[in-house]
Design a protein around this ligand. Sequence first.
Ligand code: ADP
Ligand code: MG
Ligand code: MG
Length: 651
Amino acid sequence: MGLLTTGLPLSWEEILPYVDYIKEHGIAQFLSIYNKAKHREDNLFRWGDEIEYTIVKFDHEAKKVRVCLRGDEILKQLQAQAEVNDMMGTDNKTIWAPELCGYMIEGTPGHPYGALLACFNMVETNMIKRRKEVQKHLNEDEALMSMSFPALGALDFTYPPTKIDMKNSYGKSMWFSDEVIHQGHPRYTNLLRNINQRRGEKISINVPIFKDEKTPWPFTEEFECPEAKKNAKENHIYLDHLGFGPGCCCLQITFQTINMEEATWLYDQLAPITPIVVALSAATPIYRSYLADVDSRWDVISASADDRTAEERGIVPLKNSKFILDKARYACLSCYIHETSQPYNDIKVVYEDNILQKLIDEGVDEHVARHIAHMFIRDPIQVYKERLEQDDENATEHFETIQSSVWNNMRFKPPPSDNSSIGWRVEFRPTEVQLTDFENAAYCCFVVLLTRVIVSYNLVFVTNISTVNQNMRISQKRDAVLNEKFLFRNKLIRCEMTSDGKRKIPDKNEPSFETAEMSVNEIINGDGKEFPGLVPLIFQYLDEAETDVNTRETITQYLTFIQKRAAGEISTLAHWMRDFVQGHPKYAKDSHVPDETVYDMIKTMNEITDGTKECPKLLGDFKSKTEREVTSAVCRAEAAIVAAHEKSVVN
Ligand code: ADP
Ligand code: MG
Ligand code: MG
């Protein structure tokens, strides 16, 4: 989650007098990046994944599992090893970073992957390596799990225990102590403090509860806390702390594009795909040990990080705030940025006119300018006292502090700075993390290859942006992959290329613009009519590309797995977890998941992760191909491409 600067983080009150100053310089910094990079060409596809993990601790005697707050301790050990490797000239194959909660840790590959399809043989291997590296530092009763912990906020859910202090904490939660937030760097507690301070009251999240045979109906809980009394909705699981949101884990994928135009275009084409992947990766059906009526965490995170004031939320008339804002800063995106997607921008976005004008006057593409100006309606919430004054030509922190704290399903990432080997990128952010490395590799492979297909065949997926937002809401429903329909383009359309090499989407009024209600299965596997399906399109691309037999076999496994999930032949993790709970002897069919059920479930999930338990319901009969080491020839070929590219950038 963004910048890790050293320094004294400012409270929201301390930031307030500098808000306009930081935005002004953030925009100046963006302009500097933009002007240096606007014509940049990187003839090199690159990509990388980020996986968030939860560390748990089993208490086998009490049949209880807790989150283990040793994330920072383990992270420091991993980073110390990485430093030793650097000194010894040993290549680091992994990178470790802190995450919002003390029981979390984020792992990425040591280097981004390249364009060679043979890279897909390295992805899962690297994920396995990551897991092993952490496991070396775990105690016997601890486990590293790529999942969202279902009992966050339940009684005594942390190890070591943490104290609830509703009066003197920043979060003021009834269930989630501020001590659970990562303590190794002040930025995390500061984020919590500032989100709450800016909002002016504590966080309030309502997740629809799943109604089972014996769920008391209407479902209500008695609260003494006045905010909960006011905000908790009937038939909902009430949550009240930032940690409930980003404390759930996710999988993100970043791709580098050839140039800015391709980045804006890919950003737009992938946006309509994001809800489909939310439904397909659903893995978060339980909150505070209650079964929810949703399968994914998206809206929960959105509400957990909602720093809008009461005025901005439209609850009281505007007085001190500038705008009424329809969405929190963590939300589905509201505008496309490629020129030819503009007719599909049917949501009114707010921005400050002077910021938009400044960007346009300085030569920024009008639509990119609108995206940036819209992002800059959010205030900086992470500012360091020592770093207020910056050289806007070379520093990027005031831009990044806004950019990295507006969390949408897609992110448009300009190159970090001049002379960097990193180019224009987009990030695909909605995917729920999966239990096994095989699954996580499969989702990465699917999304990354889809980008190749979109770029190679110039495919068009944009539909009205309001439709994408509506699909995002639908995608989180219980068993959306099986039961829901999404408005999606049901005809394959290619964009035209104009004489200056830019893409142009056919006119919205042409007959080719058509959407239909489609299931995830129809979107992924084809509707048997005109839409061939995303995975068959990828197979077509692979048939035309050069791949060795091994790679093709690996990719085929991943894609076939995705196809079966989409067809409902293999369960999502959310579905599997519901089944487990509902079949557990200790579950009383009242929507509440007892500790012992959570314990048995997570123990089973851990066995599935480490491969000691087979689980065809969740994984089919797929076998990981991880014993296969990537041939050194592939590594050498990759390295040569990267080296040649870096040379060309320097020149
Ligand atoms: P953030 O947390 O802001 O999304 P990170 O710096 O943690 O960003 O990196 C995100 C991902 O970007 C990692 O998976 C990394 O492997 C990948 N990555 C790094 N360099 C490149 C590049 N040049 N092109 C594409 N992806 C890259
Ligand atoms: Mg990251
Ligand atoms: Mg990221």
